[in-house]
Design a protein around this ligand. Structure first.
Ligand SMILES: [Zn+2]
Length: 250
């Protein structure tokens, strides 16, 4: 696994920003539903192993989101900005965007959603996962902390991830809230691949592309980019164990 992960991990700017899908391969789940997702090829083996080992331990994992394009992320962002999609406060209360200042609105949206171009879902290395059995018994996925808490449908999955995720090459970059993105225990990332991509991520090319994108209030957004980059994009929870980091340095 170590060897193949070293292959072409330097994405082009267009790939890293979710503008091109040429770095991705299709991944089909082995569940009855046979869902298809786009992922980075160097995570394929680890992902298959993760789903298999979890299943053997009685934990069935559903993938709810893998690759997401720039345009999809832009649509989510703009819909929240203009009030067509609910913007939640940090404690999950619906906010009224027209009553917020630009900076209040910006911070509220950044808590749960990445700016287009800055989503790790563009890379194909990061996935949102859920308890498959809860979905088959009719649970509507919300992706909230409560669902992964002691009384939530993903409690067993969460405990299993605590014990096994990093042994299988993945980690959770938003496991805890640390003044940036909200805690997202459902968001997993292939450590080796995403760390390499992050290292070569071209911040200024991303800023430049956003200037030409059809984002709402572009002048205001420009004033926030440098801070956004530090507070949200680079503000990641490190792996819980040293093993992943050591593996990567070999
Ligand atoms: Zn995610």
């Amino acid at each position: 696994m170590k060897h193949q992960a070293k292959q072409s991990l330097n994405l082009s700017t267009a790939q890293a920003l979710g503008l091109e899908q040429t770095h991705l391969v299709e991944f089909e789940t082995k569940t009855k539903a046979k869902q298809k997702f786009l992922i980075h090829p160097s995570i394929k083996q680890s992902l298959q192993q993760l789903l298999k080992v979890a299943h053997q331990d009685g934990v069935n994992i559903a993938i709810v989101s893998a690759y997401r394009s720039f345009d999809r992320q832009l649509a989510i962002w703009n819909a929240k900005w203009i009030g067509n999609k609910t913007v939640l406060s940090a404690d999950n209360q619906a906010l009224e965007p027209s009553r917020l200042s630009l900076i209040e609105k910006f911070k509220a949206i950044c808590h749960f959603s990445a700016l287009p171009g800055f989503s790790r879902h563009h890379w194909g290395t990061d996935l949102d996962i859920f308890c498959a059995d809860a979905i088959s018994s009719g649970h509507q996925v919300e992706l909230t902390d409560r669902e992964f808490g002691p009384k939530g449908p993903c409690n067993q999955l969460n405990l299993w991830l605590n014990d096994n995720l990093e042994k299988l090459g993945f980690y959770r970059p938003y496991l805890r809230y640390q003044q940036g993105v909200a805690a997202e225990p459902w968001h997993i990332s292939h450590y080796q691949t995403s760390t390499q991509i992050l290292k070569s991520f071209n911040q200024s090319e991303c800023f430049n592309h956003l200037k030409s994108a059809e984002i709402k209030d572009p002048d205001f957004i420009q004033t926030q980019l440098a801070n956004y980059y530090q507070q949200y994009f680079c503000n990641l929870c490190p792996p819980e164990s040293d093993n992943l980091v050591k593996e990567n340095k070999k």
